[in-house]
Design a binder for this molecule. Structure first.
Ligand code: SF4
Length: 372
Protein backbone atom coordinates (compact mmCIF):
# COMPACT_ATOMS: atom_id res chain seq x y z
CA UNK A 1 0.00 0.00 0.00
CA UNK A 2 2.01 2.95 -1.23
CA UNK A 3 2.29 5.96 1.11
CA UNK A 4 1.24 3.84 4.08
CA UNK A 5 3.58 0.84 4.21
CA UNK A 6 6.66 3.03 4.54
CA UNK A 7 5.22 4.42 7.77
CA UNK A 8 4.40 0.97 9.17
CA UNK A 9 7.72 -0.83 8.69
CA UNK A 10 8.11 -3.19 11.65
CA UNK A 11 11.92 -3.28 11.52
CA UNK A 12 12.19 0.50 11.62
CA UNK A 13 9.66 0.59 14.47
CA UNK A 14 11.79 -1.86 16.46
CA UNK A 15 14.90 0.19 15.76
CA UNK A 16 13.26 3.41 16.93
CA UNK A 17 11.84 1.68 19.99
CA UNK A 18 15.32 0.35 20.82
CA UNK A 19 16.70 3.89 20.64
CA UNK A 20 13.95 5.09 22.99
CA UNK A 21 14.78 2.32 25.47
CA UNK A 22 18.49 3.20 25.25
CA UNK A 23 18.01 6.94 25.60
CA UNK A 24 15.23 7.12 28.21
CA UNK A 25 17.04 7.59 31.50
CA UNK A 26 16.04 4.89 33.98
CA UNK A 27 15.96 7.32 36.90
CA UNK A 28 13.26 9.57 35.48
CA UNK A 29 9.72 9.43 34.09
CA UNK A 30 8.60 10.64 30.69
CA UNK A 31 4.93 11.49 30.87
CA UNK A 32 3.83 12.33 27.34
CA UNK A 33 0.39 13.68 26.59
CA UNK A 34 -1.01 12.84 23.19
CA UNK A 35 -3.36 15.79 22.80
CA UNK A 36 -5.25 14.29 19.89
CA UNK A 37 -7.57 11.27 20.09
CA UNK A 38 -6.26 10.08 16.72
CA UNK A 39 -2.89 9.48 18.37
CA UNK A 40 -4.53 7.62 21.26
CA UNK A 41 -6.05 5.21 18.78
CA UNK A 42 -2.77 4.82 16.84
CA UNK A 43 -0.88 4.12 20.08
CA UNK A 44 -3.25 1.30 21.01
CA UNK A 45 -4.11 0.00 17.57
CA UNK A 46 -0.48 -0.51 16.56
CA UNK A 47 0.72 -1.72 19.95
CA UNK A 48 3.06 1.26 20.39
CA UNK A 49 2.37 1.30 24.11
CA UNK A 50 3.98 -2.16 24.38
CA UNK A 51 7.18 -0.99 22.68
CA UNK A 52 7.87 1.66 25.30
CA UNK A 53 9.97 1.24 28.44
CA UNK A 54 7.98 1.42 31.69
CA UNK A 55 9.07 4.98 32.42
CA UNK A 56 7.71 6.34 29.11
CA UNK A 57 3.98 6.74 29.69
CA UNK A 58 1.21 8.07 27.51
CA UNK A 59 -1.38 10.42 29.00
CA UNK A 60 -4.51 10.96 26.99
CA UNK A 61 -5.57 14.51 26.32
CA UNK A 62 -8.72 16.41 25.36
CA UNK A 63 -8.24 16.34 21.59
CA UNK A 64 -11.47 14.62 20.63
CA UNK A 65 -14.09 17.04 19.24
CA UNK A 66 -17.09 14.97 20.29
CA UNK A 67 -15.68 14.31 23.78
CA UNK A 68 -14.99 17.94 24.69
CA UNK A 69 -18.49 19.12 23.82
CA UNK A 70 -20.42 19.48 27.09
CA UNK A 71 -23.74 17.70 27.43
CA UNK A 72 -25.52 21.06 27.77
CA UNK A 73 -24.77 21.95 24.14
CA UNK A 74 -26.35 18.66 23.04
CA UNK A 75 -29.36 19.35 25.22
CA UNK A 76 -29.67 22.78 23.62
CA UNK A 77 -29.71 21.09 20.19
CA UNK A 78 -32.38 18.60 21.33
CA UNK A 79 -34.49 21.50 22.65
CA UNK A 80 -34.05 23.30 19.33
CA UNK A 81 -35.42 20.33 17.39
CA UNK A 82 -38.27 19.66 19.76
CA UNK A 83 -39.46 23.26 20.02
CA UNK A 84 -38.92 24.37 16.41
CA UNK A 85 -39.77 22.90 13.05
CA UNK A 86 -36.16 22.37 12.01
CA UNK A 87 -33.99 19.74 10.37
CA UNK A 88 -30.87 19.30 12.49
CA UNK A 89 -27.82 17.95 10.65
CA UNK A 90 -25.11 16.33 12.72
CA UNK A 91 -22.22 13.86 12.64
CA UNK A 92 -22.90 10.20 13.48
CA UNK A 93 -20.81 10.11 16.66
CA UNK A 94 -22.65 13.07 18.12
CA UNK A 95 -26.00 11.29 17.76
CA UNK A 96 -25.09 8.75 20.46
CA UNK A 97 -23.45 11.01 23.06
CA UNK A 98 -25.47 11.00 26.28
CA UNK A 99 -27.01 14.36 27.13
CA UNK A 100 -28.77 15.05 30.44
CA UNK A 101 -31.17 12.50 31.97
CA UNK A 102 -29.85 9.77 29.65
CA UNK A 103 -31.22 11.54 26.60
CA UNK A 104 -29.36 11.84 23.27
CA UNK A 105 -29.91 13.14 19.75
CA UNK A 106 -30.56 9.55 18.71
CA UNK A 107 -33.39 9.27 21.23
CA UNK A 108 -34.76 12.65 20.15
CA UNK A 109 -34.76 11.36 16.57
CA UNK A 110 -36.64 8.24 17.72
CA UNK A 111 -39.21 10.54 19.35
CA UNK A 112 -39.81 12.11 15.94
CA UNK A 113 -37.22 14.88 15.71
CA UNK A 114 -35.95 15.48 12.19
CA UNK A 115 -32.27 14.84 12.93
CA UNK A 116 -30.14 13.73 10.02
CA UNK A 117 -26.64 12.32 9.94
CA UNK A 118 -24.21 14.10 7.61
CA UNK A 119 -20.56 13.62 6.71
CA UNK A 120 -19.76 17.29 6.15
CA UNK A 121 -21.01 20.87 6.36
CA UNK A 122 -21.54 20.70 2.61
CA UNK A 123 -24.03 17.84 3.08
CA UNK A 124 -26.01 20.04 5.47
CA UNK A 125 -26.02 22.87 2.94
CA UNK A 126 -27.33 20.49 0.27
CA UNK A 127 -30.15 19.44 2.61
CA UNK A 128 -31.05 23.12 3.08
CA UNK A 129 -31.13 23.66 -0.68
CA UNK A 130 -33.37 20.62 -1.13
CA UNK A 131 -35.77 21.61 1.68
CA UNK A 132 -36.42 25.33 1.20
CA UNK A 133 -39.67 25.16 3.16
CA UNK A 134 -37.83 24.03 6.34
CA UNK A 135 -35.17 25.61 8.53
CA UNK A 136 -31.98 23.52 8.41
CA UNK A 137 -29.38 23.79 11.18
CA UNK A 138 -25.87 22.35 10.96
CA UNK A 139 -24.54 21.27 14.38
CA UNK A 140 -20.89 22.25 13.83
CA UNK A 141 -18.23 20.83 16.13
CA UNK A 142 -14.49 20.32 15.99
CA UNK A 143 -11.07 21.88 16.33
CA UNK A 144 -9.31 24.01 13.71
CA UNK A 145 -9.41 21.16 11.19
CA UNK A 146 -13.16 21.34 10.67
CA UNK A 147 -13.60 25.08 11.16
CA UNK A 148 -12.55 26.16 7.62
CA UNK A 149 -15.14 23.92 5.88
CA UNK A 150 -17.87 25.41 8.09
CA UNK A 151 -16.60 28.90 7.21
CA UNK A 152 -16.68 28.04 3.50
CA UNK A 153 -20.25 26.78 3.72
CA UNK A 154 -21.35 29.92 5.60
CA UNK A 155 -19.84 32.08 2.86
CA UNK A 156 -21.65 30.07 0.19
CA UNK A 157 -24.96 30.28 2.08
CA UNK A 158 -24.46 34.04 2.42
CA UNK A 159 -23.67 34.45 -1.27
CA UNK A 160 -26.75 32.39 -2.16
CA UNK A 161 -28.87 34.31 0.38
CA UNK A 162 -30.09 30.97 1.62
CA UNK A 163 -32.54 32.04 4.29
CA UNK A 164 -33.36 28.57 5.63
CA UNK A 165 -29.80 27.59 6.65
CA UNK A 166 -27.89 28.31 9.87
CA UNK A 167 -25.04 26.89 11.93
CA UNK A 168 -24.98 25.98 15.63
CA UNK A 169 -21.31 26.81 16.10
CA UNK A 170 -19.25 24.77 18.57
CA UNK A 171 -15.81 25.06 16.99
CA UNK A 172 -13.00 25.13 19.54
CA UNK A 173 -9.31 26.01 19.47
CA UNK A 174 -6.36 23.82 20.38
CA UNK A 175 -3.64 26.11 21.83
CA UNK A 176 -5.91 27.65 24.54
CA UNK A 177 -6.95 24.17 25.74
CA UNK A 178 -3.32 23.07 25.81
CA UNK A 179 -2.38 26.19 27.77
CA UNK A 180 -5.16 25.51 30.24
CA UNK A 181 -4.04 21.93 30.89
CA UNK A 182 -0.42 23.00 31.33
CA UNK A 183 -1.34 25.92 33.59
CA UNK A 184 -3.56 23.69 35.76
CA UNK A 185 -0.58 21.39 36.29
CA UNK A 186 -2.81 18.48 37.37
CA UNK A 187 -1.55 15.97 34.85
CA UNK A 188 2.24 16.57 35.27
CA UNK A 189 3.24 16.52 31.64
CA UNK A 190 6.87 16.23 30.47
CA UNK A 191 6.16 16.46 26.74
CA UNK A 192 3.33 16.73 24.23
CA UNK A 193 2.61 14.87 21.01
CA UNK A 194 1.05 17.71 19.06
CA UNK A 195 -1.95 17.13 16.81
CA UNK A 196 -1.28 16.62 13.15
CA UNK A 197 -4.45 17.56 11.28
CA UNK A 198 -5.02 20.68 13.38
CA UNK A 199 -1.41 21.69 12.81
CA UNK A 200 -1.78 21.56 9.03
CA UNK A 201 -4.16 24.50 9.50
CA UNK A 202 -2.60 26.52 12.33
CA UNK A 203 1.07 25.64 11.73
CA UNK A 204 3.78 24.57 14.15
CA UNK A 205 4.46 28.13 15.32
CA UNK A 206 1.05 28.26 16.99
CA UNK A 207 2.41 26.19 19.92
CA UNK A 208 5.51 28.30 20.58
CA UNK A 209 3.91 30.18 23.49
CA UNK A 210 2.85 26.91 25.18
CA UNK A 211 6.39 25.57 25.03
CA UNK A 212 8.02 28.84 26.12
CA UNK A 213 5.64 29.62 28.94
CA UNK A 214 5.41 26.16 30.49
CA UNK A 215 8.84 24.83 29.49
CA UNK A 216 7.31 21.71 27.93
CA UNK A 217 8.57 20.31 24.60
CA UNK A 218 6.07 19.56 21.86
CA UNK A 219 6.53 17.44 18.74
CA UNK A 220 3.88 17.57 16.03
CA UNK A 221 3.37 13.93 15.07
CA UNK A 222 1.70 12.22 12.15
CA UNK A 223 -0.81 9.42 12.78
CA UNK A 224 1.11 6.47 11.36
CA UNK A 225 2.97 4.22 13.81
CA UNK A 226 6.46 5.29 12.74
CA UNK A 227 5.39 8.93 13.02
CA UNK A 228 4.34 8.40 16.62
CA UNK A 229 7.39 6.35 17.66
CA UNK A 230 9.81 8.78 16.03
CA UNK A 231 8.02 11.68 17.75
CA UNK A 232 8.39 9.97 21.12
CA UNK A 233 12.13 9.63 20.47
CA UNK A 234 12.30 13.33 19.59
CA UNK A 235 10.50 14.20 22.83
CA UNK A 236 12.76 11.95 24.92
CA UNK A 237 15.80 13.66 23.40
CA UNK A 238 14.42 17.14 24.11
CA UNK A 239 13.53 16.20 27.68
CA UNK A 240 17.00 14.73 28.26
CA UNK A 241 18.58 17.92 26.91
CA UNK A 242 16.37 20.12 29.09
CA UNK A 243 14.88 21.76 26.01
CA UNK A 244 11.30 22.93 25.47
CA UNK A 245 10.73 23.81 21.86
CA UNK A 246 8.27 23.00 19.10
CA UNK A 247 9.53 20.36 16.68
CA UNK A 248 7.75 19.14 13.63
CA UNK A 249 7.96 15.43 12.83
CA UNK A 250 5.04 15.68 10.39
CA UNK A 251 6.88 17.86 7.87
CA UNK A 252 5.17 16.18 4.94
CA UNK A 253 1.96 18.03 5.85
CA UNK A 254 2.66 20.73 8.44
CA UNK A 255 4.51 23.99 7.85
CA UNK A 256 5.60 26.64 10.32
CA UNK A 257 2.86 29.10 9.40
CA UNK A 258 0.11 26.62 8.49
CA UNK A 259 -2.51 27.02 5.80
CA UNK A 260 -2.87 30.77 5.26
CA UNK A 261 -5.88 30.44 2.98
CA UNK A 262 -7.78 28.43 5.60
CA UNK A 263 -6.73 30.87 8.32
CA UNK A 264 -8.01 33.89 6.39
CA UNK A 265 -11.27 32.08 5.62
CA UNK A 266 -11.76 31.37 9.34
CA UNK A 267 -10.91 34.97 10.26
CA UNK A 268 -13.40 36.30 7.72
CA UNK A 269 -16.34 34.31 9.08
CA UNK A 270 -15.49 33.69 12.75
CA UNK A 271 -14.25 35.73 15.67
CA UNK A 272 -13.05 34.72 19.12
CA UNK A 273 -15.80 33.74 21.54
CA UNK A 274 -15.15 35.37 24.93
CA UNK A 275 -16.09 32.26 26.94
CA UNK A 276 -16.89 28.67 26.02
CA UNK A 277 -17.58 25.63 28.16
CA UNK A 278 -15.56 22.48 27.49
CA UNK A 279 -16.41 19.08 28.92
CA UNK A 280 -13.79 18.38 31.56
CA UNK A 281 -11.96 21.67 31.29
CA UNK A 282 -14.74 24.01 32.38
CA UNK A 283 -15.43 27.48 30.98
CA UNK A 284 -12.31 28.75 29.20
CA UNK A 285 -11.79 32.29 27.92
CA UNK A 286 -11.04 32.78 24.21
CA UNK A 287 -10.90 29.07 23.47
CA UNK A 288 -13.59 28.85 20.79
CA UNK A 289 -15.02 30.84 17.91
CA UNK A 290 -18.40 32.36 17.15
CA UNK A 291 -19.96 33.57 13.92
CA UNK A 292 -19.15 37.22 13.08
CA UNK A 293 -21.95 39.78 13.02
CA UNK A 294 -21.64 40.03 9.20
CA UNK A 295 -22.91 36.44 9.06
CA UNK A 296 -25.29 36.73 12.03
CA UNK A 297 -28.29 35.73 9.90
CA UNK A 298 -26.74 32.26 9.71
CA UNK A 299 -26.06 31.92 13.43
CA UNK A 300 -28.55 29.39 14.85
CA UNK A 301 -27.94 30.58 18.41
CA UNK A 302 -29.17 34.05 17.40
CA UNK A 303 -31.87 32.96 14.95
CA UNK A 304 -33.54 30.63 17.46
CA UNK A 305 -32.51 32.35 20.70
CA UNK A 306 -30.69 29.22 21.85
CA UNK A 307 -29.53 29.30 25.47
CA UNK A 308 -26.85 27.30 27.24
CA UNK A 309 -28.30 24.50 29.38
CA UNK A 310 -26.50 23.42 32.54
CA UNK A 311 -26.50 19.64 32.90
CA UNK A 312 -24.53 17.00 34.77
CA UNK A 313 -22.75 14.00 33.28
CA UNK A 314 -24.00 10.52 34.17
CA UNK A 315 -23.07 9.52 37.73
CA UNK A 316 -19.86 7.53 37.86
CA UNK A 317 -18.55 8.66 34.46
CA UNK A 318 -15.06 10.13 34.81
CA UNK A 319 -14.82 11.54 31.27
CA UNK A 320 -13.88 15.01 32.63
CA UNK A 321 -10.87 13.57 34.47
CA UNK A 322 -9.88 11.43 31.46
CA UNK A 323 -9.98 14.52 29.24
CA UNK A 324 -7.70 16.38 31.66
CA UNK A 325 -5.15 13.56 31.66
CA UNK A 326 -5.87 12.75 35.30
CA UNK A 327 -7.19 9.21 34.87
CA UNK A 328 -7.00 6.38 32.38
CA UNK A 329 -10.32 5.04 31.06
CA UNK A 330 -9.89 1.65 32.76
CA UNK A 331 -9.85 3.46 36.10
CA UNK A 332 -13.53 4.28 35.57
CA UNK A 333 -15.83 1.89 37.48
CA UNK A 334 -18.22 1.80 34.52
CA UNK A 335 -15.56 0.96 31.91
CA UNK A 336 -16.36 -2.22 30.00
CA UNK A 337 -19.27 -3.11 32.29
CA UNK A 338 -22.04 -0.51 32.40
CA UNK A 339 -20.27 1.51 29.71
CA UNK A 340 -19.42 -0.07 26.36
CA UNK A 341 -19.44 1.24 22.77
CA UNK A 342 -22.87 -0.40 22.32
CA UNK A 343 -24.26 1.33 25.42
CA UNK A 344 -21.99 4.33 26.12
CA UNK A 345 -22.42 6.31 29.30
CA UNK A 346 -20.00 9.07 28.35
CA UNK A 347 -18.71 10.83 25.26
CA UNK A 348 -15.25 9.26 25.51
CA UNK A 349 -16.75 5.80 24.82
CA UNK A 350 -18.84 7.02 21.88
CA UNK A 351 -16.45 8.89 19.70
CA UNK A 352 -14.19 7.21 17.19
CA UNK A 353 -11.43 9.41 18.67
CA UNK A 354 -12.38 8.91 22.33
CA UNK A 355 -9.84 7.54 24.81
CA UNK A 356 -12.34 5.10 26.37
CA UNK A 357 -13.27 3.75 22.94
CA UNK A 358 -9.55 3.26 22.16
CA UNK A 359 -8.99 1.41 25.44
CA UNK A 360 -12.06 -0.71 24.85
CA UNK A 361 -11.22 -1.57 21.24
CA UNK A 362 -7.51 -2.25 21.59
CA UNK A 363 -6.41 -2.02 25.21
CA UNK A 364 -8.80 -3.88 27.47
CA UNK A 365 -7.29 -7.34 27.03
CA UNK A 366 -3.85 -5.87 27.55
CA UNK A 367 -5.02 -4.20 30.76
CA UNK A 368 -6.60 -7.46 31.96
CA UNK A 369 -3.36 -9.38 31.27
CA UNK A 370 -1.22 -6.87 33.12
CA UNK A 371 -3.55 -7.02 36.15
CA UNK A 372 -3.45 -10.84 36.16
S1 SF4 B 1 -15.71 4.35 30.57
FE1 SF4 B 1 -17.64 5.31 30.01
S2 SF4 B 1 -18.45 6.14 31.87
FE2 SF4 B 1 -16.27 5.73 32.22
S3 SF4 B 1 -15.20 7.64 31.69
FE3 SF4 B 1 -15.26 6.43 29.85
S4 SF4 B 1 -17.11 7.10 28.80
FE4 SF4 B 1 -17.30 7.82 30.92
Amino acid sequence: MKFVDEYRDGDVAQLLARLIRQEAKPDRNYRLMEFCGGHTHAIFRFGIVDLMPDNVRFIHGPGCPVCVLPAGRIEAAIKLVEENDVILCTYADLMRVPAGKRDSLQKAKARGGDIRMVYSATDALAIAQANREKQVVFFAIGFETTTPPTAAVLKIANAMQLTNFSVFCNHVETPPAMMHILSAGEAKIDGILGPSHVSTIIGSQAYADCCDKYRVPLVIAGFEPLDVIQSVLMLVRQINAGEASVENQYTRAVSKGGNKKAQSLMAEVFEQRPLFEWRGLGVLPESAVQIRSEFADFDAEKRFGMQAIATADIKGCICPAVLRGMNNPDECKLFGTACTPEDPKGACMVSSEGACAAYYSYGRYRAAESKA
